[in-house]
Design a protein around this ligand. Structure first.
Ligand code: 5GP
Length: 127
């Protein structure tokens, strides 16, 4: 399977410092920042610094170092913004929209960390 990365996407521009962001955490291989249009009291995006289009691209082709760093960054972000599910926290939802059916708008892998209120059903019931 091939993946074609467009380096003019908005998150590539954020990574190059061409567009500002409200950073929550930066690690060797990841950047986390507040979503510009939050859909919950806590809405943080975590992205890898590498040119990965979507979750499956990253999961299949990233190095172990990148995967560990990114995964740990998600955990750190949850703690930093106070939505962790452990330590009596209230918890959160992690979403990664990928491709057309996933309704992914920005073609650079990102996970949404959503929390700060009870989020309701994950998807609408069909029928
Ligand atoms: P997607 O639909 O691709 O999963 O989510 C893209 C997310 O990126 C949306 O929640 C949108 O609000 C966010 N977003 C789009 N442009 C920008 C931007 O320039 N800065 C930030 N911080 N978030 C953005």
């Amino acid at each position: 399977m091939t993946y074609s990365y467009d380096d003019q996407n908005i998150f590539a521009k954020i990574l190059r410092g061409e567009i500002p962001n409200k950073t929550v955490l930066e690690t060797k291989h990841a950047l986390a920042f507040h979503d510009i249009q939050p859909q919950a009291p806590v809405h943080v995006l975590v992205i890898p610094k590498g040119p990965y289009v979507c979750y499956d691209h990253f999961a299949l082709h990233a190095t172990p170092d990148e995967i560990v760093d990114f995964t740990r960054a998600v955990g750190e972000v949850c703690k930093l913004v106070g939505v962790q599910a452990g330590d009596n926290g209230d918890g959160f939802r992690l979403i990664s929209n990928s491709g057309d059916n996933g309704v992914q708008e920005v073609p650079h892998l990102h996970v949404h960390v959503l929390g700060g209120r009870r989020l309701g059903r994950m998807l609408q019931k069909v029928g």
